[in-house]
Design a protein around this ligand. Structure first.
Ligand code: SAM
Length: 329
């Protein structure tokens, strides 16, 4: 019924919803950056005055912000004060599956380039660095660990990996996929490549891990834009990396992987692929200057021309991502 009204109205409900969401999103980011979400919980109400003095904000504007977030169903007011709603519970940094690290990254992105000026300059060819500031690397590592929980189960079960002996994880993040793969495949070694500050996070994660598994993961500081792959391999994982690169850089990375991969080796490419991509993700990549909005056949074409045979692609609905599997010719 409402959809019919919206269509008859030229999509005005849809447009108004998008406009409102963008403003609420900025309100959430302000709550992250001002430490408001460090104080709110979904169990104990906090009086407005207490929240204002804990965060160095003014009670009047703070109440407006909270009412804005309440309008989106994320916080609620009780007689004793303000608390996160059930829908907003994961905004808290203390939630076991907290969205807080992701929101910290979003706040940096919006301040840095994922904004009106960033989109307009990307439309004129501006590229942004693929590296987050060093201070945000631990936050990125936390967000990636959470993001990998479902895809890592799926990727570990890819049958082509059963015979693999040495996998290179390209831009491995904190080595969460490397660990999941070594837990599943007892005969596998993984070389995890990433930039130095992220490799430091990976080493901390590995120290807390079962020694037998961690001993099979080597970590190597490496530059995505310049360095050759440092070891020979019979498998490679490239998860959420191709979207950082434009077409020339993607082809160059695939060529560097092909150079060190045995014939018959398996290549796993994990990313968001068109047409089932969230619009916000496409805007992220646009503002980065990568404009990675490839479909499976388009990516398969790039893979084939780098010396691989495309085998198949599977979509992981729960994660919204796709896995492309190819074999080195
Ligand atoms: C979106 S994360 C993906 C991490 C991991 N593969 C995953 O799927 O969770 C992108 C990774 O690329 C790394 N990266 C960005 N620029 C890099 C560079 N110049 N050299 C090496 N790694 C880089 C980041 O540190 C980060 O770990």
């Amino acid at each position: 019924m409402r959809q019919g009204v919206d269509e008859a109205n030229g999509g005005m409900d849809t447009i108004a919803g998008v406009i409102s969401s963008a403003k609420v999103f900025n309100g959430i980011l302000a709550a992250v950056e001002e430490g408001i979400l460090d104080v709110l919980t979904d169990t104990s109400p906090v009086p407005l005055e207490t929240l204002a003095s804990a965060t160095g904000t003014l009670p009047g504007p703070l109440r407006s912000l909270l009412r804005g977030l309440a309008g989106a169903g994320l916080v609620q007011e009780s007689e004793q004060g303000w608390l996160l709603s059930k829908s907003g519970a994961r905004l808290s940094p203390s939630h076991p599956r907290s969205a807080h690290p992701l929101l910290k990254l979003q706040a940096w992105g919006v301040e840095s380039h994922v904004n009106l000026a960033g989109i307009r300059s990307a439309l004129r060819g501006r590229r942004n660095p693929t590296e987050v500031p060093d201070a945000l690397v631990p936050t990125l590592a936390s967000a990636m660990r959470l993001g990998a929980s479902i895809p890592s189960l799926f990727i570990s079960r890819v049958p082509e990996l059963r015979s693999a002996r040495h996998l290179v994880d390209v831009c491995a993040g904190p080595a969460q996929y490397a660990l999941a793969l070594c837990r599943t495949h007892r005969g596998l070694r993984v070389t995890a490549l990433d930039r130095e500050p992220m490799i430091a996070s990976a080493r901390r994660l590995l120290e807390a891990e079962d020694e037998g598994v961690a001993a099979r993961v080597d970590t190597v500081a490496w530059d995505l834009h310049a360095d050759p792959i440092p070891v020979n391999m019979d498998a490679a994982l490239v998860s959420h990396v191709l979207h950082l690169l434009d077409e020339r850089e993607r082809r160059d990375l695939l060529r560097r992987i092909a150079e060190r991969m045995d014939s018959g080796g398996v290549l796993l490419l994990h990313d968001f692929l068109a047409p089932d991509v969230d619009g916000g993700v496409v805007i992220d990549w646009l503002t980065l200057g990568a404009c990675f909005d490839l479909s499976v056949p388009e990516l398969a074409g790039e893979v084939e021309s780098a010396g691989f045979d495309f085998l198949r692609a599977s979509r992981m609905a729960e994660a919204g991502t796709s896995l492309v599997i190819a074999r080195r010719r």
